[in-house]
Write a protein that binds this ligand. Structure first.
Ligand SMILES: Cc1cc2nc3c(=O)[nH]c(=O)nc-3n(C[C@H](O)[C@H](O)[C@H](O)COP(=O)(O)OP(=O)(O)OC[C@H]3O[C@@H](n4cnc5c(N)ncnc54)[C@H](O)[C@@H]3O)c2cc1C
Length: 468
């Protein structure tokens, strides 16, 4: 074997996977076909559950120290949430994807893991012992497991002939990084009379310190094939239709057409190969979920692969990656498609759609609805299917446990020193701390036991393998 785990793709998903493997003491190689890191802005926001994951590894503070990243509360279908409903958690943070990639790449490099660039994977073979990846220059890397984090056009997914069901794109919208004058506070969705719409979000500043905005633009007759070049005139015309002459285009830094294709692989696991991030699910970037879902795929998968490499993974542990993350992906695609409809991104001006949007907008003013939708988008609503009837089982562990999860090991909170004897049988994989409420927490911060003391030992075996 050349390495234990080969990670294909140095986007956020691949880098987070590698980081988790290193935490668990597993050798990994990360390859990417690009000669250097992409400087395109893409994702602009980190959700609460991802912030939690970073905090659990002690990476949140160092990441936030790399720039000035404002907080926000996010939106669903353009209807903004009030931060007042989310005071019990970390608020959405506007950290651009480029900053996250740079941070993780540096973080890995300080541990001796340097991304191998110019490595374009073109072939894949797996057998009972491992996976052989072949690159365009004819070289190969042999590993025990392979994580395909190679994005929405995943080569690995194609080579596996993995079923990728869903809906093909039926329209495109423009996503552009721009400088505007006169945009002022127009930081939401605005519709023009003919159904053209524009959405603006702050993207920080350009290298000269001038404010940059993400502009999304669409509507009737504005859905063009992806390969049609985007001109400044096209953007000017759209802005003019929506805002009149009040908003002027100063500069287009970057523009692309994105589609509303919504697909998800039927199986996240193919033997020794695991699909993660955009390689496993593609959808419109609505509600800041794509990168976040990928980062959380990685957080779910990393410790499980490490357990398999270390030889203590229970028989079906690796399969739970599919069970848990496919379910989350289904929910993401569903809410993105609902948002796209409610926002009328296709620009139909269909009265039924507009009526549904009005009714929904009324509902979304209710604090309980805001809270529910905020939980869904931020990942805080996740409840993984697990044995155990206690209401905490399958849910994120409380923030007070984060400081004890830095090691990437399991965690038993045992405030009254009740479980020392049984915990000792797993002490090489699970830390026991006299704090909090009694609960067993997986390395990815999800509660896997609480409540009935009789259920603790079976839970330890189920998630952490045989006793010492
Ligand atoms: C305009 C826009 C706005 C967005 N906004 C948000 C947002 O606010 N919040 C959010 O959460 N998400 C957002 N997203 C989505 C987010 O950008 C993606 O979900 C995220 O990039 C997925 O990360 P990934 O690591 O899975 O894949 P990618 O970032 O696509 O990384 C894949 C990597 O694999 C490499 N690769 C591909 N093929 C090969 C090969 N054959 N061999 C070796 N390497 C290969 C690529 O070079 C690339 O570096 C947005 C996307 C767009 C386009």
């Amino acid at each position: 074997m050349d390495t234990e785990v080969l990670v294909v793709g140095a986007g956020p998903t691949g880098l987070m996977t590698a980081s988790e493997l290193l935490v668990a003491g597993v050798a990994a190689v990360v390859v990417d076909k690009l000669p250097r890191r992409s400087e395109l802005s893409r994702a602009g926001g980190v959700q609460a559950r991802t912030l939690d994951a970073l905090d659990q590894r002690g990476l949140l503070e160092p990441l936030l120290a790399t720039g000035d990243y404002p907080t926000g509360a996010g939106h669903f279908a353009g209807i903004h949430f009030s931060p007042a409903h989310f005071e019990d958690r970390l608020l959405w943070r506007s950290v651009p994807q480029v900053a996250i990639e740079a941070f993780f790449e540096d973080h890995l490099a300080t541990q001796g893991l340097h991304v191998r660039r110019d490595h374009d994977l073109v072939g894949l073979d797996q057998d009972d012992d491992g996976v052989t990846a072949t690159f365009a220059d004819g070289t190969t890397i042999r590993s025990r497991y392979l994580v395909a984090a190679d994005g929405g056009h995943s080569t690995v997914r194609s080579l596996l002939r993995a079923d990728f069901p869903g809906r093909p794109g039926t329209m495109t919208v423009v996503a552009a990084d721009v400088r505007l004058s006169g945009a002022g506070q127009k930081m939401s969705h605005t519709w023009g009379a003919d159904g053209t719409w524009a959405a603006l979000f702050p993207l920080g500043t350009d290298p000269q310190g001038r404010p940059l905005l993400r502009l999304a633009l669409g509507g009737p007759n504005r859905s063009l094939p992806r390969d049609v070049p985007i001109t400044d005139d096209e953007l000017r015309d759209g802005l003019d239709t929506v805002f009149g002459s009040t908003v002027q285009l100063e500069e287009v830094v970057y523009a692309r057409r994105i589609t509303n294709a919504a697909r998800q692989v039927a199986q996240y696991r193919h033997g020794r190969v695991f699909l993660a991030g955009d390689a496993a699910h593609v959808h419109l970037p609505l509600g800041a979920q794509g990168m976040n879902t990928g980062l959380q795929d990685a957080f779910n998968l990393g410790w499980k692969l490490a357990a398999a490499v270390h030889g203590w993974a229970p028989a079906d542990l690796l399969d739970t990656y599919h069970t848990e993350r496919h379910l989350v992906g289904v929910g993401v695609l569903r809410n993105v498609q609902a948002q796209s409809l409610l926002m009328d991104w296709a620009g139909t001006r269909d009265p039924d759609v507009l009526a549904a949007r009005d009714v929904f907008a009324d509902l979304a003013r209710l604090p309980s609805v805001q809270r529910h939708l905020g939980d869904v988008l931020s990942g805080m609503a996740i409840r993984y299917p697990m044995p155990g009837s206690h209401h905490l089982v399958g849910r994120p562990a409380p923030a007070s446990s984060h400081e004890f999860l830095r090691t990437g090991r399991g965690l038993l909170l045992d405030p009254s020193d009740q479980f020392a004897k049984v915990a000792d049988l797993w002490s090489d994989r699970v830390d026991r701390v006299r704090a909090g409420e009694p609960m067993l927490v997986r390395p990815d911060g999800y509660v896997c036991w609480a409540g009935d003391p009789e259920e603790l030992e079976p839970a330890l075996g189920r998630w952490f393998g045989p006793r010492r």
